[in-house]
Ligand binder design. Sequence first.
Ligand code: ADP
Ligand code: MG
Length: 730
Amino acid sequence: MSIRQEVLKYVETKDLPQGKKFRKVSSYFGENTFSIPTMKKHVSKKTFEAFQNWQNAGKQISLEQANEIADSMKQWAMGKGATYYTHWFQPMTGLTAEKHDSFISFEGPGRVMEKFSGSKLIKGEPDASSFPSGGIRTTFEARGYTAWDPSSPAFIIESKLGKTLCIPTIFVSYHGHALDKKLPLLKSDEALSQAAVRFLKFFGNKSVKKVYSTCGPEQEYFLIDKNYYKMRQDLLLTGRTLVGASSPKDQQLEDQYFGSIKERVVDFMYELGEEAYKLGIPVMTRHNEVAPHQYEFAPIFEESNIASDHNQLLMELMKKVALRHNMVCLLHEKPFAGINGSGKHLNWSMSDDKCNNLLNPGSTPESNLQFLAILVSVLRAVYKYADLLRASVAHAGNEHRLGANEAPPAIISVFLGEELTQVLDIIEKGKKSEISRKDIMDLGISRLPIVNRDMTDRNRTSPFAFTGNKFEFRALGSSQNIATPITVVNTIVADSLDFVRTKIEQAAKTKDFNTAVLSVVADLIRDTKKIRFEGNNYSEDWKKEAAQRGLPNEPSTAESLKALIKEENLALFERYKVFAKDELRARYRIWLELYIKVLEIEAKTLNEMVNSSIVPNAFDYQGLLANNVAKIVSLKENAGLKFEDAALEDLKAHLADVTEKIYYARKNSQAMMKFLEDVHSIDEETKARKFFVELKPLMEHIRRHADMLEAVISDEHWDLPKYREMLFIK
Ligand code: ADP
Ligand code: MG
């Protein structure tokens, strides 16, 4: 019996403790967060007001007030059993980082007291040297600081034996350069807010003070039994299967999508929901996805910064809770070849300080006009900066989806739906003749249908779709931190709002306001037309058409990332104070390096699997075949065993086949290792390019031979868990 078959016996639902007491979600939602209402209860009225002033109007609080907040936060956390605290931050590698400190401090020899001061709340100094800085630190200072982000509530993470207070922070260098993903997001929200406020004021909304982006990320993932996971080096080290023959049934029947959820998984979802609610994460929807063992969680949308923290936390919780159920949560974009990968849909919109959604089509002609001006601003942003959007979702995992074997192409386009398209067509045509006042009424406003939220004909294949009152950016990878794509969307939309406003200002010098708006809207509809596509994005025809339209279609991560260091794009981020040029260049280097590292790890893991498992398994089987052939030949010769010649030829052919595949698997693995050696010291851009055009095909080649071996070798000689087992046994 193979190890794999041995393990199969232990794949089963874990017995969970029964009879957990039911609690109404509203009775404990956010109980482990130091939320605004909780803070209000714990600090003096004056300090609370100062805090709110700080958040809403940017007026700094004093150190005493910070001390008071820190002290009350500590009291609250200790009251809940926390003994440690950590500044929780998001370095550029995509994970979250923590450095735990105890609350205790010495009060004299042998005596300690629990203490937590405002200065410790506000600033931390983790050893930053092992976090990537892309060269920023060597240019400036080796130290890195974490600084409290008061806009995201602190929270308590529980483990079996203790609790830790986690304080969301940004991570910066001594000179204030961002070393994380959160600070740029906060800055981009500020940039968007200022541009949108200017825009709304221009449209006559005098009281608006602040605009913020909102987002709701739909998170896809796979769950597989932990026993399989432990037996697969590739899943363990790279998060995806590097080899594995497809099973006779993949997802052709699509019987999984929205199907009833298996009990074992439902249990996981219940527990995850509870853990998420305690942390104030509003998970809403849960369902099966298209691929077997694939699922999705969607939250209620929140302010982007919080939604982004919550998505990071949710991903961590998913991994943790899955383990309690003897399962492993796979967040990789493409864990199984030939089966749908996992993405993340970023639903994005903007709201003003009175909670008006700016992408909500209005119900009056005036508000319709404002909506249309904002809509074309987004169109212009996506059209002009499609390369940046592509770069914001470029990483090794997502390379398996965008423009690769998976359906979604790497082309960015916008879907608006039939109704809106009609509206835009009317406006566009209206520009043909001079517009008189009556024309505005006829061509424009009065003929604008009131745009209804239309949820019926949504195009599931569009990478950037308008879905009634928000856009859905669907090209994100399931494992990625959403902070960077949000940062990009916020900044390019800020730029476009300013652009459109300025255009209208100019046009309004010679026309009345409404005519001016309509003429600019019409111009932009025309200028950005190439980015709009209502058809099937997954079709081959679209690739051809997009090429004719001149839209970028870049399947390679390394090439896509180059958009970050294009002079025009560097200038954009600098203008909006989101990234200094060297910050963005640093990010480019870090992400390029990360891509290279991921592929190196994959290649080395594959080589190890070939040599430590696949080939030895194949040798065993090859030996068995060779013995058989020898015995049969000897029986024929010595004992007069009679059979057709073809039967022996068939046995020999089978043996030859296995022998050849072993040879190719080994030979190509050796070539792969030699390749890695050869490229060892070449520059990173060239290396990344070579990885894409040479290493990846080589890995695929090895995989093909390994998978062919898996298909012919007897079950009891094969040790790696098979697709049919990982994906179909519940
Ligand atoms: P579907 O799977 O059909 O795309 P879901 O209902 O699963 O739709 O997800 C829609 C997501 O969009 C939810 O997370 C929801 O909170 C989010 N959303 C709704 N309105 C907004 C908004 N104004 N801004 C950002 N996100 C939003
Ligand atoms: Mg969706």
